[in-house]
Design a protein around this ligand. Structure first.
Ligand SMILES: [Zn+2]
Ligand SMILES: [Zn+2]
Ligand SMILES: [Zn+2]
Length: 483
């Protein structure tokens, strides 16, 4: 199965546990088409002028964009007493560039800038269907490292040395008593129930194809194929969160923190997410979404324009999350202090394991999903970033770490490209950024390379031809029969 998916994910050591997909559509760069009215317009989710398509909260209406409580953008940071303890501030840069994140004190190379949990997160639907078992709330891998290795190598007898290094605690796993969905812990079960699961729990209808939520998921899977970059369930959890919340305005305000886009930009994003073949399916998804989740307080999210905006928000702000118990075990093995001979033996074993996985399953794959991180979404892109995001706790907790010393007042930038993409030519980088995030990068590296001819390396050209030359139907056919 899944060879198609895996062929598209190239293995890249530092992205074994994280595969960034979409991050925020924030401009570290000039806006390519001079769409300076983006923010002035109020946009989809900004606390824009009355009548902005989704700015439902009464407090949000008519107030300036940055006036929305700044405390809110720090309220999902973990392990700090308050915003004063986080060495960053959010500044409005310009209407063309939007917001940016700036250091308020010296941050040393290697230091964690902040740790944040998402407003909502969800596993990708094909990933779940392919038996990547993850906590339904925090996406922590539920398979033990050895079970994971057995499944990915196709060898039921595969044994891993140092089993004690696997941190999966199956004794702590819990299920929803009504729908049997699984969580890594009681904390996650309760957190999900308190935030959104009461609305989304299908109860005993979990496997009933006629259940409105199952119809919605089935429709999503039939229009959004691997490699997955978004999930309709992220949108479902946004709605369910507001539906369940006592303080609905707070949540609407939080969701309104994500960047605004013009109607044209939203069209481009929908097009990119669904592809040529399925862009007309947005209306079907909206109908099923409404049938499953309609909420009066959010009626604007269910209109054709509002639904497209919601879709675009998830498409551009959803941060890819990857977790893997096997990868966590490998990292723990790497950290072991061993005699040279034992080290060599263990390294050889792990190399062979990866070869076996590659032979049996294609590339190594993680549990994958995406989440909306409100503070991290303020972070702009640079091809020479001074910070990076990762998921070292093997769940949805996002760490932003300094890659170099960052002086007070300096902007903190991450890369929306993975480390392999960053090594590509300026031409190739710009192509990826333009297609996925709709901006032209003008970071120091891009400016320095501006005079170079638009050349791609041979490998890149081949890759591009492969991507572009492949008939879509053949690809879809494969995916369909693989399931
Ligand atoms: Zn969990
Ligand atoms: Zn349930
Ligand atoms: Zn750049």
């Amino acid at each position: 199965m899944a060879t198609k998916i895996q062929a598209k994910l190239h293995r890249c050591k530092s992205t074994k546990t994280t595969r960034p997909t979409r991050t925020s559509l924030k401009h570290s760069c000039e806006n390519p088409r001079g769409l300076t009215d983006t923010h002035a317009e109020g946009g989809a989710f900004g606390a824009g002028p009355p009548g902005s398509r989704l700015g439902q909260g009464s407090e949000g209406r008519g107030t300036p964009k940055m006036a929305a409580s700044m405390c809110d953008v720090f309220s999902f940071c973990v392990g700090v007493a308050g915003p004063a303890r986080i060495p960053v501030e959010v500044r409005f840069v310009s209407s063309a560039k939007g917001k940016g994140l700036f250091a308020t004190q010296l941050i040393r190379k290697g230091e964690t800038v902040f740790v944040e949990r998402p407003l909502v997160a969800a596993q990708f639907l094909w990933n779940a269907l392919y038996r990547y078992r993850a906590c339904d709330h925090c996406l922590r891998a539920l398979e033990k490292a050895e079970e994971n290795a057995q499944r990915l190598t196709g060898k039921p007898g595969q044994v891993l040395p140092h089993p004690e290094l696997c941190t999966v605690r199956q004794d702590l796993h819990q299920s929803c008593p009504h729908c049997r969905v699984t969580y890594c812990s009681a904390e996650c079960r309760l957190a999900a129930a308190e935030q959104y699961h009461q609305i989304l729990c299908p109860g005993p209808s979990q496997d009933d194809p006629a259940h409105p939520l199952n119809k919605l998921q089935e429709a999503w899977r039939s229009v959004h194929y691997p490699p997955e970059t978004a999930s309709i369930m992220l949108m479902a959890r946004m709605v369910a969160t507001v539906k369940q919340a006592k303080d609905k305005d707070r949540w609407i305000r939080l969701f309104s923190q994500f960047c605004n886009k013009t109607a044209n930009e939203e069209e481009e994003i929908v097009h990119k997410l669904l592809g040529d073949k399925f862009k007309g399916q947005l209306e079907l998804l909206r109908r099923l979404f409404t049938e499953a989740l309609y909420e009066e307080a959010l009626s604007q999210w269910f209109t054709p324009d509002g639904f497209r905006s919601l879709f675009a928000l998830v498409g551009t702000n959803g941060q890819g999350i990857g977790t893997s118990s096997l990868s966590q075990w490998v990292h723990a093995c790497d950290a072991l202090e061993l005699k040279p001979q034992d080290r060599e033996q263990l390294d050889t074993f792990i190399d062979q394991l990866y070869k076996d996985i590659e032979a049996a399953t294609g590339e190594f794959l993680n549990c994958e999903g995406s989440g909306l991180f409100v503070l991290q979404s303020c972070c702009n892109h640079s091809c020479v970033p001074n910070a990076e995001t990762s998921f070292p706790e093997n769940n949805f907790l996002l760490h932003v770490t300094a890659l170099e010393d960052i002086k007070p007042g300096e902007e903190i930038c991450i890369s929306y490209l993975d480390c392999c993409q960053r090594e590509r030519s300026r031409h190739s980088r710009h192509k990826i950024l333009r297609e996925n995030y709709l901006f032209v990068c003008s970071c120091p590296k891009c400016l320095a390379e501006a005079d170079e001819p638009n050349m791609t390396s041979e490998e890149e050209e081949e890759e591009e031809e492969e991507e572009e030359g492949e008939p879509e139907d053949a690809e879809l056919g494969d995916e369909m029969t693989d399931v």
